[in-house]
Unconditional design. Structure first.
Length: 412
């Protein structure tokens, strides 16, 4: 069934939104899932498909903002969680499950010697920043303009992405106050711009020369390969933040890195930790069991399959844009992609950001694509999952072609 029934005034989604506005500011508790005039409300999901409360099924290429790398309700993850639920959902004691997931991650990421779990990516970044400040005794952390590192406000210096000389000059000028630099190697909010061939290794070198900690934010970009983006791009961070896929569909975050830096959290000495870190649901066994199962399923061949599909998606979209004479483009790596309603090179946030008319065109396409049974993010980003195949890509491209047909035949 095609169409957007959820937008009709008497839809179930419209009724739920009216209820939500009475108890939630703007009817919303998560800004990223809000769309005008109101969103579709989810009822259920399985594998690659999601169904809203108005009975419409759509191919889900959002996958809860990249977290569901195995799609919805994967049988092995469901079974692992069900087993743990009968034993209890959380305790005021540690469990073997957190050790197993930590061992798996440490084994895969060369720069991580030890790690600690949190309940979100925001918390992971928060603890990484606090660890850097505690370890160095310096107050500020530099970040790259337009990049998102969670809902956490910390004292910063803004750097230009993909500008090695500009970054070096700013870091030298402010090094006395800086604890470190946080970088997303394939930043999602600027539209997945590819880092220059030597940009990240050069960043690693200048931070090392200035005795600054390098924090690699891989909450989304950890999707890029079995060993993560540091191996792919040729650098080693002092601290790494993780989330999304390592939780198997449950709330999760992690910060890991060098043993000497991570020792600021160590509570085993007489004076306790230099930096206290608690959390009622940190490393809860539900998340740890789901995460271990999800990560175990992510074999090297699984990553290779996702990368193949990602290349196929990007190639097919590029062909659609060329065939239709559209000044659009597609970016991304691995299982991640994003559509841009303009032809400007995507090098950083400023170059990616659409103007008013481009944004309006993107919004029209988003709604039209929903009507054709496919869901991207409102910013037109997508994340593939392991149940997807080349037939899934065919379905996506067919829907996108029909959505463009709809836009061409509809007055603006």
């Amino acid at each position: 069934m095609f169409g957007n029934t959820y937008l009709e005034p008497d839809s179930r989604s419209a009724a739920l939104y009216a209820r939500a506005r009475a108890v939630l500011p703007g009817g919303n508790t998560r800004t990223t899932v809000f769309t005008h005039p109101h969103p579709a409300y989810a009822a259920s999901a399985s594998g690659t498909m999601i169904e809203d409360v108005d009975g419409q099924q759509r191919l889900d290429l959002v996958n809860n903002y990249t977290a569901l790398i195995h799609g919805h309700a994967h049988p092995r993850i469901v079974a692992a969680v069900a087993r743990q639920l009968t034993l209890g959902s959380a305790y005021a004691l540690p469990t073997e499950s957190e050790i197993a997931l930590a061992e798996l991650i440490v084994d895969r990421v060369p720069s991580i010697a030890q790690l600690r779990f949190t309940n979100s990516g925001t918390e992971a970044v928060m603890m990484a920043v606090q660890a850097a400040r505690t370890f160095t005794g310096r107050p500020k952390v530099a970040r790259f303009a337009g990049c998102y590192h969670g809902a956490y406000d910390f004292p910063t210096l803004e750097l230009p992405f993909n500008d090695t000389e500009g970054v070096a000059a700013l870091l030298h000028a402010h090094a006395a106050d800086l604890a470190g630099v946080i970088v997303d190697p394939l930043p999602h909010r600027p539209g997945f711009p590819d880092p220059g061939p030597e940009f990240l290794p050069d960043l690693r070198q200048v931070t090392r020369d200035l005795d600054l900690l390098l924090i690699s934010d891989e909450i989304i970009s950890f999707r890029l390969g079995y060993h993560g983006p540091q191996t792919a791009y040729g650098y080693e961070a002092d601290l790494t933040t993780l989330g999304k896929i390592i939780g198997g569909g449950f709330p999760v975050g992690a910060v890991g890195g060098r043993a000497d830096v991570m020792s600021v959290f160590d509570p085993s000495g007489k004076e306790g930790p230099r930096l206290s870190h608690g959390g009622t649901f940190n490393a809860n066994p539900i998340t740890m069991s789901a995460g271990f199962e999800a990560m175990t399923l992510l074999t090297p061949s699984a990553f290779e399959g996702l990368a193949h599909l990602g290349n196929h998606v990007r190639t097919r979209f590029a062909d659609v844009f060329e065939d239709r004479g559209l000044s659009w483009q597609v970016s991304g790596q691995g299982s991640l992609f994003k559509l841009h309603p303009h032809p400007r090179p995507v090098n950083d946030y400023a170059s990616m950001r659409p103007n008013e008319s481009e944004q309006a065109e993107a919004e029209r396409f988003y709604v039209a694509l929903l009507g054709q049974g496919v869901m991207l993010t409102p910013e037109l980003a997508g994340a593939l999952s392991t149940p997807m195949t080349e037939a899934t890509v065919d379905e996506l491209i067919t829907a996108a072609t029909r959505a463009f047909d709809t836009l061409e035949s509809t007055p603006r």
